[in-house]
Each structure stands twice: as C-alpha cells, then as structure tokens.
Design a protein around this ligand. Structure first.
Ligand SMILES: [Zn+2]
Length: 220
C-alpha cells in the first residue's frame, strides 16, 4: 500500500490526486452518486469530461486579474473562434511568467485602451496551460463585428516568423475541442485568424499558415 502511494505521488498528477481525496470526502455526507464530487472541487475541465487532458484552466483569480469595470453577457454557443497572437508579450514558458503576461495585457487593455477588461476570451501560454480571459460568459473585445459571436483565443507570443512551440498548438486545438464538448462552441463552428475579419497582421504569418490546416478553418 505504501509503495502504491509512493508511486502515485511520484508519477501522478498532484492536482488529480488531491481532487480524488476531496471527492471521497465530499461523497460521504450525502448519498448521491459519484458525479456530485466534481461540483465539490474546483478542479478541472478534464474531470468534468471524464478523461485526462494535459492542460489546466488557470482562472482569473489564479493570475490575479483586476475586476472588470463592466460586463456584457455572452449568449452561446459561439459560432466562431477568432485566433490571435499577442505580438507582445513574447512566449511565456512558466506559470508565473504567463500569469504576469496576462496581467500586463489586462493593464494595457484597461489603462491604455480604456477597455473594461482584458480583451480576449482565453489565452494559451507557452507553459501549456489555458488562461481565462473574459471567459465564455462575457462578450470580448478582440475582433469588432465578431465579439458577440466568437470565442477570442489568444496564443501568447509573436508568431510572425516562427510557429508557437508545438505543445501550444496542441493545447489550443484541444481547448477548441473542449469548448465544443462543453457546449460553449457550436459543433459546426468556423475558425478564422484575426486578419480575416479586420486589417491586421495578427495572428502572424507563421501561425496563420498553420491554422489554415486546422479543422473548421474557413476562407472569409
Ligand atoms: Zn488579433
């Protein structure tokens, strides 16, 4: 038993392990079935879906987001995903660096542009996690005419000449799938790069060439 525990600690995902404990504890006081325990923990997309994904959703609280100055509710599921690069900041490769990147973009959007919040719905970091921007429930500010019908997905970094690290591309595609599975994005969604809906170099030449090969990319 001790050996099993040790193996679990060594190779297991600590987050998953902790949540299993919470599930067991939470299941005792009531007689309902196991699925109840997912509402008792704060963790995570992969459990809700019943299988393991290797990214985590880093919430606004976790990256210490400022409170939005106002909110307009988004009515989903969204028919579009609009993909962006940040240009600046560049690729972040650790949890702390990506949290700092989110804060710097939020400050720039709120203080520099006078927006109510960071503009994007979600962001993918070079650390392999997904960061909550405005989220699924709030209309973003990332692509005029599309904000109220799209998920604005940012890949943090400058992808004019270079592709994002491969794990970022994988996570971005998996997050899009997750959005469909969780009912926030239509099954027949359309993927556009930002440059397809307004005059901009975003999401960078290299990344734009890549996403043209992704499922659901469509000519504008
Ligand atoms: Zn953009």
């Amino acid at each position: 038993m001790m050996l099993l525990l040790l193996v679990l600690l060594l190779v297991g995902n600590m987050t998953m392990f902790t949540s299993i404990e919470l599930c067991v504890a939470a299941a005792i006081p009531d007689n309902s079935n196991d699925t109840v325990c997912t509402t008792e923990t704060t963790i995570t997309s992969e459990q809700i879906l019943g299988y393991t994904r290797d990214w985590r959703l880093i919430t606004r609280a976790e990256w210490a987001a400022r409170i939005p100055t106002s909110i307009s509710n988004f009515t989903g599921p969204a028919p579009y995903v609009i993909l962006h690069h940040s240009y600046q900041p560049g690729v972040c490769r650790t949890l702390d660096a990506c949290k700092a990147a989110m804060r710097s973009m939020q400050n720039y959007h709120m203080d520099g542009h006078g927006w109510t919040d960071i503009g994007y719905s979600f962001a993918v970091g070079g650390d392999g996690n997904v960061y909550e921007g405005r989220g699924y429930e709030v209309i973003g500010a990332h692509a005029p005419n599309y904000n109220s019908r799209s998920i604005g997905l940012l890949l943090i970094g400058n992808f004019m000449d270079e592709l994002p690290p491969a794990p970022m591309l994988d996570v971005a595609q998996d997050f899009i799938k997750y959005s469909v599975e969780s009912g926030h994005l239509r099954k027949d969604y359309i993927l556009h790069g930002h440059r397809q809906v307004r005059s901009t170099e975003c999401p960078g030449n290299a990344l734009y060439a890549e996403i043209r090969m992704w499922p659901h990319w469509q000519k504008s």
